[in-house]
Design a binder for this molecule. Structure first.
Ligand SMILES: NC(=O)N[C@@H](CC(=O)O)C(=O)O
Ligand SMILES: [Zn+2]
Ligand SMILES: [Zn+2]
Length: 428
């Protein structure tokens, strides 16, 4: 199978033709070759296939909300060629067998490389470590561990987990939410609006104390911590400080991700009590949004991760306080980043490739993803129309769920094609 992409702007820079054969990029330049499939990419931007560090696929256990196949379809439509599937399924991904099952479901769907995330603790209970070593040595080669949905709140457990994964170059991705300061009921950024709306407050400090603690534990253990869904200006400051320390020491590391929704949506959307906007951590005020954008632009925040969290209607359509936490993200992430960061002049397309492909692949230790667009590399590719504007329609989603916070919004920058090892997985 051969493919010729004609005249694409590589990472938004110079236009070139890209020839792909047997899953690999073979040649780049001004080419006169012919191929079985030719794509006219005049004016389009070619990126390395996107990598999502944070996806909830709901299989096994909640196949009514999402399956590995439906989530893979949504991911390919969003320009992704690899996603990390969070462990908070039912049963939890806390054994080697469970991780291999997710890997195999991903392979049979065949649209994106589904890389399972392993739980840090058995059953996400936060007490005993899960089979970290067995998951790492399994066919699934798990490197990212997270109890996401819950915080590893016990400092001693977090310390042991960091020590353990160090042996095989693993990383702990933390859902930073101190349960004493922000218990499960907390659902609105704590501030004037939470008081006015009468919603339980989720204060910024509940995130920040865990970020502060975890970077100190990473330093102490000489290990790697990844801060999932950073949402506050204070967390950005802590990560910035920790990165400077880690760079000086060279023995430990902290990385961080931000979601598309925390880069654009703000607390005031909760005024209508629409549970679509209920998410963990909560939407924050504009000052935090500004700090997150600046942190992503200056490299303090390494990656954009969707935290795609599909929920069935009957879990989401409740009074605000009773509804499930989470929102869809896979299909709209690139468009939101293009609108906020590229249109906003904060990142160029090479920057988008860095935060949505290169850095996430590096953090997760994925082979064959987030690579440079050069001959010899796997043809994991995403083609984007940077000028196309469209209105997001939740009904058009390939996800099984409809909790889409972008419904009705106009965004600019659209994925028009995705290829996994040279095979087309999405076409607009
Ligand atoms: N983000 C959310 O609001 N929900 C996630 C869990 C999580 O990422 O914390 C989910 O699994 O639904
Ligand atoms: Zn989380
Ligand atoms: Zn999550």
């Amino acid at each position: 199978m051969s493919l010729l992409i004609k005249g694409a702007r590589l990472l938004g820079g110079k236009a070139a033709d890209v020839y792909v054969e047997d899953g690999l990029i073979r040649e780049i330049g001004s080419l006169s070759t012919t191929a079985e499939e030719t794509v006219d990419a005049d004016g389009l931007v070619l990126l390395p296939g996107l990598v999502d560090l944070h996806t909830h696929l709901r299989e096994p256990g909640r196949e009514d909300a999402e399956t590995v196949l439906s989530g893979s379809r949504a991911a390919a439509a969003g320009g992704y060629t690899s996603v990390l599937a969070m462990a908070n399924t039912s049963p939890v991904t806390d054994t080697a067998e469970a991780a291999e099952r997710v890997l195999d479901l991903g392979r049979s769907a065949g649209l994106v490389d589904v890389q399972p995330v392993g739980a840090v603790t058995r059953g996400l209970v936060g007490e005993e470590l899960a089979e970290l070593g067995l998951m790492a040595r399994s066919r699934a080669r798990v490197r990212v561990f997270s109890d996401d949905g819950r915080c590893v709140a016990d400092a001693r457990v977090m310390r042991r987990a960091l020590e353990y994964v160090k042996a095989f170059g693993g990383v702990i991705s933390q859902h930073s939410q101190d349960p004493a300061l922000a218990p499960h009921a907390a659902c609105c950024h704590e501030g004037r609006l939470s008081g006015e709306l009468g919603l339980p407050g989720w204060p910024s400090v509940a995130e920040e104390v865990i970020v502060a603690r975890d970077v100190m534990l990473a330093r102490h253990t000489g290990s790697r911590v990844h801060v999932a869904h950073v949402s506050t200006a204070g967390s950005v400051e802590l990560v910035r400080w920790a990165k400077a320390q880690a760079e000086r020491d060279g023995m430990w590391a902290v990385t961080a991700e931000v979601t598309p929704h925390h880069l654009l949506l703000t607390t005031d959307l909760l005024t209508g009590y629409d549970p679509t906007f209920k998410v963990n951590p909560p939407l924050r005020p504009a000052e935090d949004v500004e700090a997150l954008r600046a942190g992503l632009a200056d490299g303090t925040i390494d990656a954009v991760a969707t935290d795609h969290a599909p929920h069935a209607r009957h879990d989401k359509e409740h009074a605000f306080v009773d509804a499930a936490f989470g929102m869809l993200g896979l299909e709209t992430a690139l468009s939101v980043v293009a609108t906020v960061m590229v249109e906003g002049g904060l990142l160029d397309w090479a920057g988008v490739a860095r935060v949505m492909s290169v850095n996430p692949a590096g953090i997760a230790g994925l082979d064959g993803h987030g690579r440079a667009l050069v001959a010899g590399e796997p043809a994991n590719l995403t083609l984007v129309d940077p000028a196309a504007s469209y209105v997001v329609d939740r009904a058009a989603s390939l996800s099984l769920s409809r909790n889409n916070p972008w419904h009705g919004r106009t965004v600019t920058g659209q994925v028009v094609g995705t290829w996994l090892r040279g095979t087309r997985t999405f076409s607009a």
